[in-house]
Design a protein around this ligand. Structure first.
Ligand code: PLP
Length: 496
């Protein structure tokens, strides 16, 4: 049976999986969601024996039903190959009573690689399937990690161009260097004078700009999105939750059907939504623990039922979570509204006009699987230091926010027994300065790459290839613009 996708804002906008991937965002600004979440009807004893790639096929074929077996297997094999520096793709590390699911072994050492290494293949396959003649222009706003992962995924992919906007002063030095040194004639990187939310809003505006779309079409281009609003990113992210559960079971850590908790350091709500979908497919997940940094909109939302972005935007040591509008939350809102597009659209209009909305008591009841909390900058640094001192294991600030929130969860609920997976979303090498400063302030005076070598020494881990690559790389992108100029920059890149 063909699985269809509908817009969260308009029940009448119904498309196939490949069409949803191609479009990214629905015409009305809504997000595509599957009309039903498929069941994972395979015994755990079988899943326990599967490789990452095999697990990916079993999960993805249940969502992307208009892809043939051959197409899907080709996409998976091309994505999850030796670009990853471990054959397991997503290994689990047991440290201090929790299981860290390392999602940073791909080309750009952040979890975005898990989805963005496959998205270009899904997208070009979808384009062929739908007889798209235009060249696809990937337009992306990034808080640091998506940009580089998307650039790496799409660089030199035939029939595509990629344009990335990032907040000029809102990403780590290593993140910026990774992006501005990106090779590939089809890649464009632009810093904006503004924060991530402004970049994301600017990009969303371009997506719904009809005049721009017409100009693009006349010149043989059409937009698509690599942001986590694209269902083609969400589906591959479900895979590693299934895989992690299967591995815990295979290794005898959990009994069959024993429930686990999952902690996710959250920004745009994509990663934790994938965990929610995994739970809905039948993975025995008890609590979904949503960890925020000082931009704690989601914590406030889970504690009050009110989503309110009217607050000061904080720059933290976990920049990929410096977000006040978590786009993917809309998919959860739609769901707890009883798949009611009208009800969801009304709340999203309120968000657009007033910057806030409140959900009903009935909707709140459906959030009982979620637990939200946050970690301050000081707490985050303390988590990094203490875990290192206790175990020698070094984690990045995003993962540390999750670990800090997990401690709060245990203290608050008394639940110390449930085995818990913490999504480890970036390599500490991507945020070397914050990590090393947290471990010992004496590192404050060292320069970036000296710190990289020192981190490698004290953590006893090799410097990842992604970092070696940029050590001496040339800056190839130096465009900086104002938020209002974003559409003009796009026109100038495309020469239209
Ligand atoms: C993107 C990102 C996050 C946040 O993930 P969302 O899916 O946006 O919630 C957390 N940590 C790192 C390192 C990231 O790159």
């Amino acid at each position: 049976m063909e699985r269809m996708y509908v817009s969260t804002r308009d029940a009448d906008e119904r498309v196939t999986a490949s069409e949803a991937i191609l479009k990214g965002l629905a015409n009305d600004g809504g997000l595509f969601v599957p009309t039903e979440i498929p069941a994972l009807d395979i015994p755990w004893d079988e899943l326990a024996k599967m490789s990452y790639q095999e697990t990916a096929y079993e999960v993805m074929r249940r969502f992307l039903t208009d892809f043939t077996e051959e197409e899907l297997k080709h996409c998976i094999a091309s994505a999850y190959d030796d670009k990853f520096d471990t054959a397991e793709i997503a290994p689990l590390v047991d440290a201090d009573g929790a299981y860290y699911l390392e999602l940073f072994h791909g080309a750009t050492i952040a979890f975005k690689d898990m989805a963005l290494s496959i998205l270009p293949y899904l997208l070009t396959t979808a384009a062929k399937k739908n007889q798209v003649k235009n060249e696809i222009v990937i337009l992306t706003a990034t808080s640091g990690d998506t940009g580089k992962a998307a650039l790496a995924g799409f660089a030199d992919v035939e029939g595509t161009k990629i344009i990335v906007f990032y907040p000029k002063n809102g990403v780590s030095p290593i993140q910026e260097k990774q992006m501005v040194t990106q090779k590939g004639a089809n890649t464009f990187v632009v810093g904006i004078h503004g924060n991530f939310d402004e970049a994301q809003t600017g990009v969303k505006k371009m997506f719904s700009d009809r005049e721009l779309a017409a100009q693009m079409d006349a010149a043989g281009f059409q937009f698509s999105s690599a942001n986590s609003i694209n269902i083609g990113r969400l589906v591959p992210q479900i895979v590693y939750y299934v895989y992690a559960y299967a591995k815990l079971y295979a290794n005898g850590v959990i009994a069959k059907d024993e429930k686990i908790n999952v902690v996710v350091p959250t920004g745009n709500f994509g990663n934790i939504l994938a965990a929610f979908y995994a739970k809905n497919m039948g993975v025995p997940i008890d609590r979904l623990i949503c960890a925020s940094n000082e931009n704690k909109v989601l914590y406030d939302f889970f504690s009050t039922g009110i989503y309110d972005k009217n607050r000061q935007f904080m720059l933290t040591s976990s920049p990929s979570m410096d977000i006040l509008v978590s786009s993917n939350l809309e998919r959860l809102i739609y769901r707890i509204a009883g798949d009611d597009a009208e009800k969801n659209a009304k709340l999203m209009r309120e968000l657009a006009t007033d910057g806030r909305y409140e959900i009903t008591a009935e909707m709140r009841e459906k959030l009982d699987a979620f637990y939200g909390n946050y970690a301050s900058e000081e707490e985050t640094a303390q988590v990094i230091r203490e875990l290192y001192e206790k175990t020698g294991y070094i984690i990045d600030p995003h993962t540390a926010v999750a670990a800090g929130v997990y401690t709060k969860y245990r203290e608050e609920t008394g639940d110390a027994e449930t085995k818990t997976v913490i999504a480890s979303t970036a390599s500490p090498f991507k945020f070397t300065r914050s990590v090393m400063n947290a471990i010992d302030p004496k590192y404050g005076s060292m320069e970036d790459f000296a710190l990289v070598d020192e981190l490698s020494r004290i953590g006893n881990v090799e410097v990842p290839q992604a970092i070696e690559e940029i050590r001496n790389a040339k800056v190839l992108h130096d465009t900086v613009c104002e938020v209002e100029e974003m559409p003009d920059v796009v026109r100038s890149f495309l020469k239209i």
